[in-house]
Design a protein around this ligand. Sequence first.
Ligand code: ADP
Length: 558
Amino acid sequence: MTAREAALGALKQYFGYDSFRPGQLGIVEALLTGRDVLGVMPTGAGKSVCYQIPAALMPGLTLVVSPLISLMRDQVDALNDLGLSAAFVNTTQDPDEQAMVLAQAAAGQIKLLYVAPERLETRRFRDFAARTPIALIAVDEAHCVSQWGQDFRSSYLGIGEFIAGLPQRPPIGAFTATATENVRKDIVGLLGLREPAVTVTGFDRPNLYFDVVKLETKYKAAWVSDYVAEHPDECGIIYCATRKTTEALAATLNQMGHTAVAYHGGMASDVRERAQRDFITDKVPVVVATNAFGMGIDKPDVRFVIHYNMPESIEAYYQEAGRAGRDGEPSRCTLLWNESDIVTRRRLLDSDYENERMTPEEQEIARLRKRQLLDGMVGYCRTTDCLHRYMTRYFGQDLSGLSTDASSASEDTAKAGGAKDAVRCGACSNCESTFETIDVTRVARAISRCVHDVQQQVGSGKIVKILRGSKAQELSSLNPEQMPTFGMLKDTDTALIRDVLSQMTSDGHLTIAEGRLPIVHFGPRAAETTSPDFHYEMKKLRRKVSARAAGMSAAGST
Ligand code: ADP
């Protein structure tokens, strides 16, 4: 019997499933043939099966390193119900109990043993591991090993050393749903994976339509209200960045005649539970929530998820937006954003660590990490590329930094690579639009010079007016006519100057200092604008290519 047949047999026997999901079989086969594996799949895609089946088939014990003691009992109970002998050792047990479990595992009566990473550091456990044949080590939530991830756990750093100290090194399977390149490199390096087969699957959700809409804050509520009015039979979630916004927006929607309820962590638990229940039972079609909403809520028919503010990372966005369309039916994920969202996020991020007990270096590393995550999110807002492709690529399509062995990339990864040539996905706003790139170098230089002319003392509105050569009374005290930049952009559209200024702010050429009034200052990248090589571009939406309109014009309108 081949490894493949054995794996299929075990899938049917223990789990009752007839076929593997994408990526699973490749991982199972690699582990069964002794290879290390890095499996990157979103939550719910079926990572556990990938090590549970090898565990069932391989002689000897499988160690499962998992960070959450609270989930171990459920996982172990479920496996025992399926006929796979499993147990855990953790601090919820007294020493006698722990010793008994280890004795059973050493005697070969247990196939899967769940432990927290801290356990691997104990003397007793190391002794146990030294005399017990270990067939496989599965590291769940492997991104916890990386300081680049959001859930770093220092105890994960000991796993690599534990593995290196074993008398016989078993294959290692590392699993995670988080997969930026830095995190992946850390997993491979810090766990000591050897030429792992890297599999990244399941991130694309073809039934979701991704939509990015750039919109000034003052128009957002009306946009949402219109959307809800146009989709009267659908239920959806609107995510906001703050508790205050959820309440204000829910109130506005109700005033406009819709039925919406707010949900956030600051509400009394009974009110919150009622909101959740009403949404799940379809009493209330729209919930306006902070990111506190969604954990463990499995409502399959959520037809839209609107983000009222830009989230802090693609990971966060993917998780929240991904609550739409669990039933596989077409659903829409819309992100409303504007340049000031980026500025706000950056500012929050910079002030985030002020009160924490960290050394200045640690704060800087933490900020750098968060900034990198935010850059991924900003990239999503700004890209003119297919949004599905942007997302899957973010979650690991480009594995070149990790492995030089092309064959270690899975079948699915290779397929995702092929998607590069796909023209239009038909399921995102970018593929249904065309963009033009305009060269705004001259505008950006003029803005920068004007900030210099006014000695970083005025707000963006006045800068635009000076550049346009305005005679407005409010400028008179500045003596604008004396400035070299006065009227320098008199033929340029005011809206364009404003857009370029905003983009320069979020790109770091300028910053907005919040005092009594917001004042434009030079940002960390200001000097670039004076370089002779400076080149600055802006993407402009040209028009929507509506499939319907295209069809109509093809059919002819005579
Ligand atoms: P993850 O660990 O990736 O979050 P799980 O391993 O908990 O996901 O799997 C999610 C669900 O999918 C579970 O209910 C599991 O039984 C189911 N599942 C896993 N593999 C398959 C499969 N090949 N066919 C059908 N269902 C599967």
